[in-house]
Every structure is written in C-alpha cells, then in structure tokens.
Design a protein around this ligand. Structure first.
Ligand code: KIV
Length: 272
C-alpha cells in the first residue's frame, strides 16, 4: 500500500458488519509481532488476530493452554505498534476468564488498557455468556469462537471436526444466536461441517469467520505461520499453504553459513 499523507481509514466492528451486508468477505490472519503485523497491515488485511496460537507457534508449547495474560499483552502491544488500518482482536487466554465474569472483565480491561487493542475474543457459548455480557457492558467489543475451541482440547481429546452430530450442531446454532443477541460483533467458527457453518451464517446478523468451516461464511482466518509454510508439522485439509517459507529461510541460513565459513562474507563492499 502506497504511503499517504492522509490517515488510513480504520477497520472497525461496524465496517465488518457492513461487509457482511454487502457480501464482501472478511480476510483475517493471526499476527504476534511488530514486523509481521506491519506486513499484514500494509498488504490490506482486514483483521489481525493476536491468537493464543502464539502459545504454539511463538513459544513452542503443544497446546494453547500455557500462554499467560502478560504474554498476550506483550504480543498484542507489539502488533498495535505496527497496525494502522486493520482491526486488532486479542484472545483471552485459558484460565483468565472461565472462573467468573468479574475475572473475565478484569482480564479484558487489562488487555485493552495495556496493549491498546480494539477487541477481545473468548472461546465458548452459553457457559461463558455472563462473561461476554459483562465485558460488553464495559464497552469492549467481543468476538465469539465456537466449534473446535482449542482451549478445551483436554475435554475433546482430539482436534477432529466438531458438531458432526445433531445434538452438538443444534447447541452450536443456539450458542451462535445467544452470542449474536448478547452483542458480539463476530464469531469464529472453527473446524465444523461447511453446511452447518452456512446455516449459522444465515441464522445470525453478525459476521462469521471460518477456519475449516467452508466458504458459506462471511470471512476466513488462518494461522499466519501455517499459511506461510513456516510450520510444517500441521497439515489439516482446510489449510492452504501460500508459501514454503521454512525451505526459503533454511536455504538463506545455509547460504549465510557457507559464506561465513568460506570467508566470502563480508566482502570488500560490505565493510568500512
Ligand atoms: O488462536 C488462534 O490462532 C485462533 C484461530 C485459530 C482462530 O483462535
């Protein structure tokens, strides 16, 4: 995007709502650090999600459970220093909101105050409704997250497709309506049948953003490191890799090692 002397118009929750009404798809990616977030924002991404997937791709944990509120604030603050246009949404990490709605509000306020982010995301439906409502009364926009909710991996036991059975699908549709009525501005639908995601998208007024939920939703999200091919040990069907960055980086590092050892770097022009 070319540099301009005019301020860049900011994507707000209202802009996302208008996009749904106009049928314009929403493009969301995860971002965890300043340099990558600058690239995402300059490229025109609509929403940057500071996901708790940082626990996996940035910190190397097996699940999203260990990441702390302080660590999420660190990642979110780095992203906020980079982003001018995109809406920045931050995950409330595991254990920081499930206890009670007061604790949930406290965490959401800390994240908003200390990072300057635009909104928060919470996993779950009816079980966390009171927390969602309390956060909303403080004027903090909330994004929901239904279907495969990785913070509950120890309950699910696996990362397989969710809501394939009628009972779970029905609960998911009801949860989506509850979150919509409560005042959430969007809902992530993760790894559920495409038909169900399309039904939910028609059931509610707010945008749905899918990951492994087909193309009948209002937008898509992927984990940045997965779609760039930095991580290679995770290959679900829904993941489209746009690049093989692991190979590219590895090739550059090998070339650098070679040049250093061969006394080829630095050369005459690369020194003072
Ligand atoms: O943390 C994350 O990256 C997410 C996306 C998978 C939606 O919640």
């Amino acid at each position: 995007m070319a540099a301009s002397k005019f301020p860049v118009p900011k994507v707000t929750t209202h802009v996302l709502q208008e996009m749904k009404l106009k049928g314009e798809k929403i493009a969301m990616l995860t971002g965890y650090d300043y340099s990558m977030a600058r690239i995402l924002d300059d490229a025109g991404i609509d929403v940057v999600l500071v996901g708790d997937s940082a626990s996996n791709v940035m910190a190397g944990h097996r699940t999203t459970l260990p990441i702390t509120v302080d660590e999420m604030i660190y990642h979110a603050s780095s992203v906020m220093r980079a982003v001018q246009r995109a809406l920045v949404v931050v995950d409330l990490p595991f254990g920081s909101y499930q206890g009670n709605s007061k604790e949930a509000l406290h965490t959401a306020i800390r994240i908003m105050k200390e990072s300057g982010a635009n909104a928060v995301k919470l996993e779950g439906g009816r079980e966390i409704l009171e927390s969602v409502e309390r956060i909303l009364t403080a004027g903090i926009p909330v994004m929901g997250h239904l279907g495969l909710t990785p913070q509950a991996i120890n309950k699910f036991g696996t990362y397989v497709v969710r809501a394939t059975r009628d009972e779970e699908a029905q609960k998911l549709r009801e949860d989506a309506k509850l979150l919509d009525r409560a005042g959430c501005f969007a809902i992530v639908l993760e790894k559920i049948p495409a038909r169900l995601a399309t039904q939910v998208t028609g059931d509610i007024r707010i945008p749905t953003i899918g990951i492994g939920a087909g193309n009948g939703v209002d937008g898509q999200v992927l984990v940045l490191h997965d779609m760039l091919g930095i991580t290679q040990d995770f290959s679900p069907r829904f993941l489209r890799r746009y690049h093989n960055l692991k190979e590219e980086i590895s090739g550059s590092v090998k070339a650098y090692i070679h040049d250093v050892k061969a006394l080829d770097f630095p050369n005459e022009r690369e020194q003072y």
